[in-house]
Design a protein around this ligand. Structure first.
Ligand code: URP
Ligand code: ZN
Ligand code: ZN
Length: 487
Protein backbone atom coordinates (compact mmCIF):
# COMPACT_ATOMS: atom_id res chain seq x y z
CA UNK A 1 0.00 0.00 0.00
CA UNK A 2 1.43 3.39 -1.02
CA UNK A 3 0.72 6.82 0.44
CA UNK A 4 1.54 10.09 -1.29
CA UNK A 5 1.79 13.26 0.82
CA UNK A 6 1.33 16.19 -1.55
CA UNK A 7 1.67 19.98 -1.63
CA UNK A 8 3.51 20.36 1.67
CA UNK A 9 6.79 21.90 2.77
CA UNK A 10 9.16 19.29 4.13
CA UNK A 11 11.06 20.37 7.23
CA UNK A 12 14.04 18.47 8.55
CA UNK A 13 16.58 19.57 11.13
CA UNK A 14 18.74 20.81 8.24
CA UNK A 15 16.37 22.49 5.82
CA UNK A 16 12.90 23.41 4.57
CA UNK A 17 11.93 22.61 0.99
CA UNK A 18 8.90 22.06 -1.21
CA UNK A 19 8.51 18.34 -1.81
CA UNK A 20 6.07 15.49 -1.89
CA UNK A 21 6.68 12.33 0.12
CA UNK A 22 6.03 8.82 -1.16
CA UNK A 23 5.54 6.01 1.31
CA UNK A 24 5.43 2.31 0.53
CA UNK A 25 4.57 -0.06 3.35
CA UNK A 26 6.19 1.32 6.48
CA UNK A 27 9.02 3.23 4.79
CA UNK A 28 9.50 6.53 3.04
CA UNK A 29 10.72 5.62 -0.45
CA UNK A 30 11.04 9.02 -2.13
CA UNK A 31 11.05 12.72 -1.29
CA UNK A 32 10.87 15.27 -4.11
CA UNK A 33 8.75 16.67 -6.88
CA UNK A 34 7.07 14.78 -9.74
CA UNK A 35 7.49 11.44 -8.01
CA UNK A 36 6.72 8.18 -9.74
CA UNK A 37 3.57 7.28 -7.81
CA UNK A 38 2.03 3.80 -8.06
CA UNK A 39 -1.60 3.63 -9.14
CA UNK A 40 -4.05 3.53 -6.27
CA UNK A 41 -1.79 5.33 -3.81
CA UNK A 42 -3.68 7.04 -1.00
CA UNK A 43 -3.24 10.81 -1.12
CA UNK A 44 -2.67 12.93 1.99
CA UNK A 45 -3.04 16.63 1.35
CA UNK A 46 -0.49 18.88 3.05
CA UNK A 47 -1.40 22.19 1.41
CA UNK A 48 -0.17 25.10 3.60
CA UNK A 49 1.31 22.58 6.00
CA UNK A 50 4.74 21.43 7.08
CA UNK A 51 5.68 17.77 6.66
CA UNK A 52 7.99 16.83 9.50
CA UNK A 53 9.37 13.72 11.20
CA UNK A 54 6.98 12.54 13.92
CA UNK A 55 7.88 13.67 17.39
CA UNK A 56 10.02 11.40 19.55
CA UNK A 57 9.37 11.80 23.26
CA UNK A 58 12.51 10.41 24.89
CA UNK A 59 11.09 10.45 28.42
CA UNK A 60 7.73 8.86 29.31
CA UNK A 61 6.45 6.54 32.04
CA UNK A 62 3.40 4.63 30.85
CA UNK A 63 1.70 2.53 33.56
CA UNK A 64 4.62 3.06 35.91
CA UNK A 65 4.23 1.46 39.35
CA UNK A 66 5.40 4.33 41.56
CA UNK A 67 4.87 5.67 45.09
CA UNK A 68 2.25 3.08 45.99
CA UNK A 69 0.14 3.38 42.87
CA UNK A 70 0.33 2.86 39.11
CA UNK A 71 0.36 5.60 36.47
CA UNK A 72 -3.07 5.73 34.82
CA UNK A 73 -1.90 5.97 31.23
CA UNK A 74 -1.06 2.62 29.64
CA UNK A 75 1.09 1.95 26.59
CA UNK A 76 -1.87 1.89 24.22
CA UNK A 77 -3.68 5.00 25.45
CA UNK A 78 -0.42 6.89 25.87
CA UNK A 79 1.02 6.22 22.45
CA UNK A 80 -2.40 6.94 20.90
CA UNK A 81 -2.62 10.29 22.74
CA UNK A 82 0.88 10.96 21.44
CA UNK A 83 -0.35 10.52 17.86
CA UNK A 84 -2.97 13.24 18.43
CA UNK A 85 -0.12 15.60 19.27
CA UNK A 86 2.11 14.60 16.35
CA UNK A 87 4.35 12.06 18.09
CA UNK A 88 5.24 8.70 16.64
CA UNK A 89 7.68 7.25 19.15
CA UNK A 90 8.36 7.18 22.86
CA UNK A 91 11.35 6.03 24.85
CA UNK A 92 9.99 4.78 28.18
CA UNK A 93 11.82 3.42 31.23
CA UNK A 94 12.24 -0.01 32.75
CA UNK A 95 12.65 0.68 36.48
CA UNK A 96 13.57 -2.44 38.47
CA UNK A 97 12.91 -2.45 42.20
CA UNK A 98 16.09 -2.72 44.26
CA UNK A 99 17.24 -6.36 44.15
CA UNK A 100 14.99 -7.12 41.18
CA UNK A 101 17.02 -8.61 38.30
CA UNK A 102 17.28 -6.15 35.40
CA UNK A 103 16.39 -8.78 32.81
CA UNK A 104 13.22 -9.79 34.67
CA UNK A 105 12.11 -6.16 34.93
CA UNK A 106 12.91 -5.60 31.27
CA UNK A 107 10.82 -8.60 30.16
CA UNK A 108 7.94 -7.41 32.36
CA UNK A 109 7.95 -3.95 30.75
CA UNK A 110 8.21 -5.48 27.28
CA UNK A 111 5.04 -7.43 28.06
CA UNK A 112 3.20 -4.29 29.20
CA UNK A 113 4.28 -2.42 26.10
CA UNK A 114 2.99 -4.99 23.64
CA UNK A 115 -0.27 -3.07 23.41
CA UNK A 116 1.49 0.10 22.18
CA UNK A 117 -0.07 1.72 19.16
CA UNK A 118 3.17 3.50 18.26
CA UNK A 119 6.84 2.57 18.26
CA UNK A 120 8.69 2.47 21.56
CA UNK A 121 11.98 1.64 23.18
CA UNK A 122 13.32 1.50 26.73
CA UNK A 123 16.01 3.09 28.83
CA UNK A 124 16.77 0.70 31.71
CA UNK A 125 17.30 2.07 35.22
CA UNK A 126 20.12 0.80 37.38
CA UNK A 127 18.72 1.01 40.90
CA UNK A 128 21.13 -1.29 42.73
CA UNK A 129 24.36 -3.14 42.12
CA UNK A 130 25.83 -6.60 42.14
CA UNK A 131 27.49 -8.92 39.63
CA UNK A 132 24.14 -9.87 38.11
CA UNK A 133 23.41 -6.21 37.31
CA UNK A 134 26.81 -5.96 35.60
CA UNK A 135 25.99 -9.07 33.57
CA UNK A 136 22.44 -8.00 32.74
CA UNK A 137 23.60 -4.60 31.52
CA UNK A 138 25.78 -6.49 29.06
CA UNK A 139 22.94 -8.69 27.92
CA UNK A 140 20.58 -5.75 27.51
CA UNK A 141 23.14 -3.81 25.50
CA UNK A 142 24.27 -6.64 23.24
CA UNK A 143 21.12 -8.75 22.87
CA UNK A 144 18.16 -6.46 23.56
CA UNK A 145 18.99 -3.18 21.86
CA UNK A 146 19.27 -1.09 25.03
CA UNK A 147 21.88 1.66 24.67
CA UNK A 148 20.97 3.90 27.60
CA UNK A 149 20.89 3.33 31.35
CA UNK A 150 19.09 5.59 33.78
CA UNK A 151 20.14 6.57 37.29
CA UNK A 152 17.85 8.22 39.83
CA UNK A 153 19.89 10.35 42.20
CA UNK A 154 16.68 11.06 44.17
CA UNK A 155 13.88 8.96 45.72
CA UNK A 156 15.87 7.82 48.78
CA UNK A 157 14.70 4.54 50.24
CA UNK A 158 13.26 3.47 46.90
CA UNK A 159 15.12 3.64 43.60
CA UNK A 160 17.91 6.10 44.45
CA UNK A 161 21.49 5.32 43.38
CA UNK A 162 24.35 6.29 45.64
CA UNK A 163 27.74 7.28 44.23
CA UNK A 164 29.01 3.70 44.43
CA UNK A 165 26.22 2.50 42.13
CA UNK A 166 26.79 5.47 39.81
CA UNK A 167 30.50 4.72 39.53
CA UNK A 168 29.94 1.00 38.94
CA UNK A 169 27.22 1.54 36.39
CA UNK A 170 28.95 4.37 34.52
CA UNK A 171 32.08 2.23 34.28
CA UNK A 172 30.10 -0.69 32.88
CA UNK A 173 28.27 1.58 30.44
CA UNK A 174 31.61 2.83 29.15
CA UNK A 175 32.69 -0.75 28.35
CA UNK A 176 29.40 -1.35 26.57
CA UNK A 177 29.27 1.91 24.61
CA UNK A 178 25.97 2.83 26.27
CA UNK A 179 24.80 6.27 27.34
CA UNK A 180 24.31 7.08 31.03
CA UNK A 181 21.35 9.26 31.94
CA UNK A 182 20.55 10.80 35.32
CA UNK A 183 17.64 12.25 37.21
CA UNK A 184 19.74 14.85 38.99
CA UNK A 185 18.49 15.73 42.47
CA UNK A 186 20.41 15.11 45.68
CA UNK A 187 18.09 12.57 47.31
CA UNK A 188 19.74 12.86 50.74
CA UNK A 189 19.05 16.61 50.82
CA UNK A 190 15.51 16.18 49.52
CA UNK A 191 14.84 13.64 52.27
CA UNK A 192 16.17 15.98 54.96
CA UNK A 193 14.35 19.05 53.64
CA UNK A 194 11.07 17.15 53.28
CA UNK A 195 11.30 16.09 56.93
CA UNK A 196 12.12 19.58 58.20
CA UNK A 197 9.39 21.23 56.14
CA UNK A 198 6.79 18.67 57.18
CA UNK A 199 7.78 19.02 60.84
CA UNK A 200 7.30 22.77 60.56
CA UNK A 201 3.66 22.07 59.74
CA UNK A 202 3.81 22.53 55.97
CA UNK A 203 1.93 19.45 54.82
CA UNK A 204 0.39 20.71 51.53
CA UNK A 205 1.73 20.73 47.95
CA UNK A 206 3.68 23.96 48.56
CA UNK A 207 6.07 21.81 50.61
CA UNK A 208 7.08 19.94 47.45
CA UNK A 209 9.11 22.71 45.73
CA UNK A 210 10.46 23.91 49.10
CA UNK A 211 12.03 20.50 49.61
CA UNK A 212 13.56 20.38 46.13
CA UNK A 213 15.21 23.78 45.52
CA UNK A 214 17.39 24.39 42.44
CA UNK A 215 20.60 23.93 44.47
CA UNK A 216 19.62 20.30 45.07
CA UNK A 217 19.38 19.72 41.33
CA UNK A 218 22.52 21.73 40.57
CA UNK A 219 24.58 19.73 43.07
CA UNK A 220 23.49 16.39 41.66
CA UNK A 221 23.90 17.49 38.04
CA UNK A 222 27.42 18.68 38.76
CA UNK A 223 28.28 15.52 40.69
CA UNK A 224 27.04 13.25 37.91
CA UNK A 225 28.87 15.34 35.33
CA UNK A 226 32.13 15.21 37.29
CA UNK A 227 31.84 11.45 37.84
CA UNK A 228 31.20 11.02 34.11
CA UNK A 229 34.17 13.25 33.34
CA UNK A 230 36.57 11.28 35.54
CA UNK A 231 35.36 7.98 34.10
CA UNK A 232 35.26 9.26 30.52
CA UNK A 233 31.63 8.49 29.76
CA UNK A 234 29.12 10.65 27.96
CA UNK A 235 26.14 11.74 30.05
CA UNK A 236 22.55 12.83 29.42
CA UNK A 237 20.70 14.91 32.02
CA UNK A 238 16.98 14.23 31.94
CA UNK A 239 14.47 16.96 32.80
CA UNK A 240 16.95 19.79 33.37
CA UNK A 241 14.82 22.40 35.07
CA UNK A 242 16.95 25.17 36.54
CA UNK A 243 19.82 27.60 36.11
CA UNK A 244 21.96 25.70 38.61
CA UNK A 245 21.92 22.52 36.51
CA UNK A 246 22.33 24.52 33.30
CA UNK A 247 25.47 26.14 34.72
CA UNK A 248 26.97 22.71 35.37
CA UNK A 249 25.97 21.54 31.90
CA UNK A 250 27.34 24.67 30.24
CA UNK A 251 30.67 24.52 32.03
CA UNK A 252 31.11 20.88 31.09
CA UNK A 253 30.21 21.41 27.44
CA UNK A 254 32.49 24.43 27.19
CA UNK A 255 35.28 22.22 28.53
CA UNK A 256 34.58 19.77 25.72
CA UNK A 257 32.79 17.15 27.77
CA UNK A 258 30.15 15.11 25.98
CA UNK A 259 27.11 16.00 28.10
CA UNK A 260 23.59 16.33 26.73
CA UNK A 261 20.56 18.01 28.25
CA UNK A 262 16.84 17.39 28.01
CA UNK A 263 14.13 19.77 29.18
CA UNK A 264 10.42 19.25 29.61
CA UNK A 265 7.65 21.18 27.91
CA UNK A 266 6.16 21.80 31.37
CA UNK A 267 9.36 23.29 32.79
CA UNK A 268 9.54 25.68 29.83
CA UNK A 269 6.06 27.06 30.42
CA UNK A 270 4.79 26.58 33.96
CA UNK A 271 6.12 28.39 37.02
CA UNK A 272 6.12 27.53 40.69
CA UNK A 273 3.11 29.75 41.55
CA UNK A 274 0.98 26.67 40.79
CA UNK A 275 1.95 25.18 44.14
CA UNK A 276 0.24 28.08 45.95
CA UNK A 277 -3.17 27.58 44.33
CA UNK A 278 -5.88 27.66 47.01
CA UNK A 279 -7.57 24.47 45.83
CA UNK A 280 -5.58 21.49 47.18
CA UNK A 281 -6.32 19.29 44.15
CA UNK A 282 -5.25 21.97 41.71
CA UNK A 283 -1.95 22.51 43.50
CA UNK A 284 -1.32 18.77 43.85
CA UNK A 285 -1.83 18.22 40.13
CA UNK A 286 1.54 19.92 39.53
CA UNK A 287 3.54 17.77 41.95
CA UNK A 288 6.38 16.34 39.93
CA UNK A 289 10.14 16.21 40.29
CA UNK A 290 12.05 18.33 39.73
CA UNK A 291 9.28 20.82 40.55
CA UNK A 292 8.20 23.75 38.41
CA UNK A 293 10.53 26.68 38.97
CA UNK A 294 10.32 30.46 39.13
CA UNK A 295 10.22 32.41 35.87
CA UNK A 296 13.92 33.17 35.52
CA UNK A 297 14.60 29.45 35.24
CA UNK A 298 12.12 29.14 32.35
CA UNK A 299 13.84 31.98 30.49
CA UNK A 300 17.19 30.27 30.99
CA UNK A 301 15.80 26.95 29.70
CA UNK A 302 14.51 28.62 26.54
CA UNK A 303 17.90 30.22 25.97
CA UNK A 304 19.61 26.88 26.53
CA UNK A 305 17.32 25.30 23.95
CA UNK A 306 17.89 28.12 21.49
CA UNK A 307 21.65 27.99 21.85
CA UNK A 308 21.90 24.21 21.54
CA UNK A 309 23.09 23.82 25.14
CA UNK A 310 19.99 21.65 25.61
CA UNK A 311 19.33 19.28 22.73
CA UNK A 312 16.04 17.52 23.41
CA UNK A 313 12.56 18.16 24.73
CA UNK A 314 10.42 15.59 26.49
CA UNK A 315 7.42 15.37 28.79
CA UNK A 316 8.22 12.88 31.58
CA UNK A 317 4.62 11.84 30.86
CA UNK A 318 3.61 10.08 34.09
CA UNK A 319 -0.11 10.36 34.78
CA UNK A 320 -1.66 10.26 38.21
CA UNK A 321 -5.32 11.21 38.43
CA UNK A 322 -6.79 13.38 41.19
CA UNK A 323 -7.77 10.48 43.50
CA UNK A 324 -4.21 9.16 43.22
CA UNK A 325 -2.77 12.58 44.04
CA UNK A 326 -5.04 12.58 47.13
CA UNK A 327 -2.94 9.79 48.61
CA UNK A 328 -0.91 12.71 49.89
CA UNK A 329 -3.77 14.78 51.29
CA UNK A 330 -2.13 14.95 54.74
CA UNK A 331 1.49 14.81 53.65
CA UNK A 332 2.92 16.26 50.43
CA UNK A 333 5.63 13.56 50.50
CA UNK A 334 2.99 10.95 49.65
CA UNK A 335 1.61 12.74 46.57
CA UNK A 336 2.66 10.59 43.59
CA UNK A 337 5.16 12.56 41.55
CA UNK A 338 4.29 13.01 37.90
CA UNK A 339 2.40 15.01 35.28
CA UNK A 340 1.15 14.38 31.75
CA UNK A 341 2.11 16.01 28.46
CA UNK A 342 2.77 13.57 25.60
CA UNK A 343 -0.16 14.98 23.63
CA UNK A 344 0.77 18.63 24.13
CA UNK A 345 4.56 18.87 23.91
CA UNK A 346 4.73 19.52 20.17
CA UNK A 347 1.89 22.06 20.25
CA UNK A 348 3.15 24.12 23.17
CA UNK A 349 6.75 24.14 21.91
CA UNK A 350 5.64 25.11 18.41
CA UNK A 351 3.48 27.91 19.77
CA UNK A 352 5.88 29.31 22.37
CA UNK A 353 8.98 28.42 20.39
CA UNK A 354 8.33 28.91 16.67
CA UNK A 355 5.41 31.34 16.79
CA UNK A 356 7.23 33.53 19.31
CA UNK A 357 10.38 33.60 17.18
CA UNK A 358 12.55 31.61 19.56
CA UNK A 359 12.98 28.61 17.26
CA UNK A 360 12.93 28.10 13.51
CA UNK A 361 10.83 25.21 12.17
CA UNK A 362 14.08 23.27 11.57
CA UNK A 363 15.20 23.89 15.13
CA UNK A 364 11.78 22.71 16.28
CA UNK A 365 12.28 19.44 14.38
CA UNK A 366 15.74 19.08 15.90
CA UNK A 367 14.58 19.50 19.50
CA UNK A 368 11.38 17.44 19.19
CA UNK A 369 12.67 14.56 17.07
CA UNK A 370 16.05 14.54 15.29
CA UNK A 371 18.37 15.18 18.21
CA UNK A 372 16.77 12.44 20.29
CA UNK A 373 17.10 10.07 17.32
CA UNK A 374 20.81 10.92 17.02
CA UNK A 375 21.64 10.77 20.72
CA UNK A 376 19.80 7.47 21.21
CA UNK A 377 21.14 6.07 17.93
CA UNK A 378 18.04 5.50 15.84
CA UNK A 379 18.88 8.14 13.22
CA UNK A 380 18.23 8.21 10.25
CA UNK A 381 15.67 5.43 10.62
CA UNK A 382 13.78 7.87 12.88
CA UNK A 383 13.98 11.64 13.18
CA UNK A 384 14.05 12.68 9.53
CA UNK A 385 12.11 12.77 6.27
CA UNK A 386 14.26 10.89 3.78
CA UNK A 387 14.11 7.83 1.56
CA UNK A 388 14.76 4.76 3.67
CA UNK A 389 13.46 6.25 6.93
CA UNK A 390 10.49 4.81 8.79
CA UNK A 391 7.32 6.53 7.58
CA UNK A 392 6.71 8.29 10.91
CA UNK A 393 5.45 11.62 9.69
CA UNK A 394 3.39 14.52 10.95
CA UNK A 395 1.57 16.93 8.67
CA UNK A 396 1.64 20.08 10.77
CA UNK A 397 -0.85 22.87 10.20
CA UNK A 398 0.74 26.07 11.54
CA UNK A 399 -2.44 28.16 11.19
CA UNK A 400 -5.00 26.17 13.20
CA UNK A 401 -5.51 27.02 16.87
CA UNK A 402 -6.81 24.94 19.74
CA UNK A 403 -7.35 25.43 23.45
CA UNK A 404 -5.78 22.71 25.54
CA UNK A 405 -8.18 21.05 27.95
CA UNK A 406 -8.69 17.83 29.86
CA UNK A 407 -12.22 17.86 28.44
CA UNK A 408 -10.91 17.26 24.94
CA UNK A 409 -7.51 15.63 25.35
CA UNK A 410 -6.93 11.93 24.69
CA UNK A 411 -4.61 11.33 27.64
CA UNK A 412 -5.96 9.07 30.39
CA UNK A 413 -5.87 11.66 33.14
CA UNK A 414 -8.57 13.89 34.60
CA UNK A 415 -6.71 17.22 34.39
CA UNK A 416 -4.22 18.95 32.15
CA UNK A 417 -1.32 21.08 33.43
CA UNK A 418 -1.68 23.30 30.33
CA UNK A 419 -5.47 23.72 30.82
CA UNK A 420 -6.81 26.77 29.00
CA UNK A 421 -3.62 27.50 27.03
CA UNK A 422 -4.41 28.49 23.47
CA UNK A 423 -1.84 27.29 20.95
CA UNK A 424 -1.59 27.82 17.21
CA UNK A 425 -0.10 24.92 15.28
CA UNK A 426 -1.62 21.43 15.35
CA UNK A 427 -1.01 17.97 13.96
CA UNK A 428 -3.42 17.66 11.06
CA UNK A 429 -2.34 14.13 10.10
CA UNK A 430 0.00 11.72 11.84
CA UNK A 431 1.36 8.62 10.13
CA UNK A 432 2.95 5.85 12.12
CA UNK A 433 5.04 3.52 9.95
CA UNK A 434 3.02 4.55 6.93
CA UNK A 435 -0.46 4.24 8.46
CA UNK A 436 -2.65 7.27 9.09
CA UNK A 437 -3.32 7.12 12.82
CA UNK A 438 -4.65 10.64 13.38
CA UNK A 439 -6.40 12.88 10.90
CA UNK A 440 -8.49 16.00 11.37
CA UNK A 441 -9.25 15.25 15.00
CA UNK A 442 -9.91 11.53 14.59
CA UNK A 443 -7.72 8.83 16.08
CA UNK A 444 -7.40 5.49 14.36
CA UNK A 445 -4.74 3.98 16.61
CA UNK A 446 -4.52 0.22 16.64
CA UNK A 447 -3.66 -1.64 19.83
CA UNK A 448 -0.45 -3.63 19.36
CA UNK A 449 0.58 -1.98 16.09
CA UNK A 450 3.65 -0.34 17.67
CA UNK A 451 7.02 -2.05 17.39
CA UNK A 452 9.93 -2.25 19.79
CA UNK A 453 12.87 -0.29 18.41
CA UNK A 454 16.38 -1.69 18.97
CA UNK A 455 19.01 0.95 19.72
CA UNK A 456 22.58 -0.22 19.14
CA UNK A 457 25.45 0.92 21.36
CA UNK A 458 28.35 3.16 20.35
CA UNK A 459 26.14 5.85 18.80
CA UNK A 460 28.30 7.59 16.17
CA UNK A 461 26.78 10.90 17.29
CA UNK A 462 28.79 10.83 20.50
CA UNK A 463 31.02 7.76 20.78
CA UNK A 464 33.73 8.84 18.36
CA UNK A 465 35.29 11.07 20.99
CA UNK A 466 38.75 10.32 22.22
CA UNK A 467 38.29 9.08 25.74
CA UNK A 468 38.74 11.67 28.46
CA UNK A 469 38.98 8.99 31.11
CA UNK A 470 41.57 10.29 33.53
CA UNK A 471 42.40 6.74 34.58
CA UNK A 472 42.92 5.51 31.04
CA UNK A 473 46.62 6.27 30.64
CA UNK A 474 48.06 6.78 34.10
CA UNK A 475 51.74 7.56 34.22
CA UNK A 476 53.94 5.99 36.81
CA UNK A 477 56.89 7.97 38.15
CA UNK A 478 60.18 6.05 38.16
CA UNK A 479 61.95 7.33 41.24
CA UNK A 480 64.81 6.61 43.55
CA UNK A 481 63.48 4.92 46.61
CA UNK A 482 65.14 5.53 49.98
CA UNK A 483 66.51 2.60 51.90
CA UNK A 484 63.95 1.98 54.63
CA UNK A 485 64.98 -0.07 57.56
CA UNK A 486 62.42 -2.72 58.28
CA UNK A 487 62.28 -3.91 61.87
O1 URP B 1 7.84 13.43 38.99
C1 URP B 1 8.29 12.67 38.14
N1 URP B 1 9.16 13.15 37.32
N2 URP B 1 7.84 11.40 38.10
C2 URP B 1 8.31 10.36 37.26
C3 URP B 1 9.59 9.77 37.72
C4 URP B 1 10.77 10.66 37.40
O2 URP B 1 11.38 11.21 38.30
O3 URP B 1 11.11 10.83 36.24
ZN1 ZN C 1 12.95 11.92 37.02
ZN1 ZN D 1 10.82 10.49 34.46
Amino acid sequence: MATHIVNGTVVTAEREFRADVLIEGDKIVAVGENLDVPAGAEQVDATDCYVMPGGIDPHTHMQLPFMGTVASEDFFSGTAAGFAGGNTMIIDFVIPNPQEPLMAAYEKWRGWAEKSAGDYSFHVAVTWWDDSVHADMGKLATERGVNSFKHFMAYKGAIMCDDEVLVNSFTRARELGALCTVHAENGELVFRLQKEIFERGITGPEGHPLSRPPEVEGEAANRAIRIAEVLGVPLYLVHTSCIDALEALTRARLEGQRVFGECLAGHLLIDDSVYRKKDWNEAAHYVMSPPFRSKEHQDALWRALQSGMIQTTATDHCCFCTPQKQMGIDDFRQIPNGTAGVEDRMGVIWHHGVNKGRLTPSEFVAVTSTNAAKIFNIFPRKGTIAAGADADVVVWDPKVSRTISAKTHHQKIDFNIFEGMEVTGVARTTLSRGKVVWHDGKLSAEEGAGRYVDRPCFAPYWSAQKTTNRLAEPTKVERVRPEVEKS
